[in-house]
Design a protein around this ligand. Sequence first.
Ligand SMILES: Nc1ncnc2c1ncn2[C@@H]1O[C@H](COP(=O)(O)OP(=O)(O)O)[C@@H](O)[C@H]1O
Ligand SMILES: [Mg+2]
Length: 353
Amino acid sequence: MHKLKICLLFGGVSPEHDVSLQTATSILKNIDREQFDVLPVGITSSGKWFLYEGPVNDIEDNSWENYPYLKPAFISPVANEGLLVFEAECIKKERIDCVFPALHGKDGEDGSIQGLCQLANLPCVGSLLTASAVSMDKSMTKAVVNGLGIRQADFILVLESEFSRHPEKIVKRVVDHFDFPVFVKPAGTGSSVGISKVKSEGELESAIMLAFEYDSRVLIEEFFNGREIEVAVLGNDDPLVSVCGEIVPGDEFYTYDDKYINGVSVAHIPADIPQETSDNIREAARRIYEANGCAGLSRVDFFVHKHTGEICFNEINTLPGFTDISMYPKLFIYGGISYPEIITRLIHLAVKA
Ligand SMILES: Nc1ncnc2c1ncn2[C@@H]1O[C@H](COP(=O)(O)OP(=O)(O)O)[C@@H](O)[C@H]1O
Ligand SMILES: [Mg+2]
C-alpha cells in the first residue's frame, strides 16, 4: 500500500508555541505508521523552520532545537509540486501528500499556513484559509454568529489606533455600556493569552494595554456567568458533532495556567446538562461550523448560564488542543472513535477534500 507522506508542523511563533509541542508529541506517538510516513518540521519561536528527525521525546520541552542534525526546511509554494525542501549537504526535495499543522494561534491556525498550502495545492488538515482566518478573529466570528441569531456576549471592538489617541473615550464607552466585571481579550489569540477579567474601571486601561500586546484589535465583552460547555465537530460536509463536555475551571476563569500548568480544572464528559440544552448546543455548533466554512475539525465553546440555563456561544477553535487527553479528542473517544482513528480520519478528510 502506498503510504501517505505527512508533513507535521509544530512549534511556531504564537504564544501557544508550547501547547503546540504537546499536541505534536501526542500525534507523533499515536499516528498510524502503517498508513503514514511523517516528516516532522519544527518552527522556532522566531519563525525558523527545520526538518527534525530526532527523538519525539525531545519535542515537548523544546530541546529538539538543540538536535545537531536539524535541516533548514520549507514547504514550497509552487503549485502541484507538493514539496518539502530542505538542506542536507545540498538542497533536497521530498514529495509530501498532506500538511498537518499541529500549530495553534497566530501564523498556524489563522490562515497563514493554510494560504501556503493553497498556493501549493497541497492538502492541509483542518479548515482552509478563509474559515481559519474568520474563526481565529473573535470579532469576525461574532459577525457571522450574529447573522445566525445565536446568543453571544455583547461586545465592543477597540482598535489600537483609536485607543492610543483617546483612551479616556474608550473607558467611558465601556463604563456607559457595561456593568463590571467585563472580559478584555485580544481578537486573535487563544489559550486565554492576554485575556483579563476586569472588575472595576481602575483596572480597565492596563487590561486593554495587555491585550494590545497580542493584537491590534481588542474585544471588551459583557460577563456571562456560565458553565463552560464544549463540543467537538469532525468532518467536511455533514460533519459529526460530539456529545457536550464541561470544563470546571480551577481559577476564577479558565486561564492559561489552569489549562496547561496547574492541572486543577476538571473535565466532565458528557456534561451534566438537560438533554434539550445539549441538543441546542450541538445544533448551534454545527450551524456555526458550517457558517464559518470550517472543514476537518473544530471545537466550539459555549456557556450555559449558571442560573437561567440560557445558552451563549463563546468561541470556535479550528485547531484546538489535540493531545490524547485534550477535550477535543476525548469527546470523540467517548463516542467510540479512538485517538489514532481521529488522526487518520482528519488526514483522509484533508486529502479527499
Ligand atoms: N464573556 C465572558 N464571560 C465570562 N467568562 C468569559 C467570557 N469570555 C471569556 N471568558 C473566560 O475566559 C476564558 C478564555 O476566553 P476565550 O474567549 O475562550 O479565549 P481563548 O481563545 O483564549 O480560549 C473562557 O474559557 C472563560 O473562562
Ligand atoms: Mg477558549
